[in-house]
Design a protein around this ligand. Structure first.
Ligand code: MG
Length: 133
């Protein structure tokens, strides 16, 4: 089975070529992908699509950046797995965000890193939910 089979991923990324690449990589791994060009649009999609399993977000974006998006998304869905995809050193630049997310993919990334980070984040959240119930 494909590693991200039956998983719906919301991708927030302002750079179109990167967004396209992320979509192709994730769809090739079996995922369904919703895409947003910045955080405010991603939030609207999150409200419209309760089937979203995981958020994959860039950090530097106009209007609402990845930090603001992560905060607002978690207010709506406290258990939503979030993977940040960034060229920055997140621990140094956004330590609170680095602690809040379930995974970080460093740009430039290779496809397998992205797929693994998202698969791991979803699997860990599901384990936590099963353990708590
Ligand atoms: Mg960006």
């Amino acid at each position: 089975m494909q590693p991200l089979h039956d998983i719906t991923i919301l991708v927030a990324e302002d750079e179109r070529p990167v967004r396209m690449l992320v979509r192709v990589v994730l769809e090739s791994a079996g995922a369904r992908v919703l895409e947003a060009e910045q955080g405010a649009i991603a939030l609207r999609l999150l409200d419209l699509h309760p089937e979203v399993d995981v958020l994959c977000t860039d950090v530097n974006m106009p209007v609402l950046d990845g930090a603001g998006l992560t905060l607002a998304a978690r207010m709506r869905r406290p258990d939503l797995p979030v993977v940040a995809c960034t060229a920055m050193d997140l621990d140094a630049s956004y330590p609170a965000l680095a602690r809040a997310v379930d995974g970080v993919v460093q740009k430039p990334f290779v496809p397998s890193d992205l797929v693994r980070a998202i698969g791991d984040a979803v699997a860990r959240r599901r384990e936590v939910i099963v353990a708590a119930s």
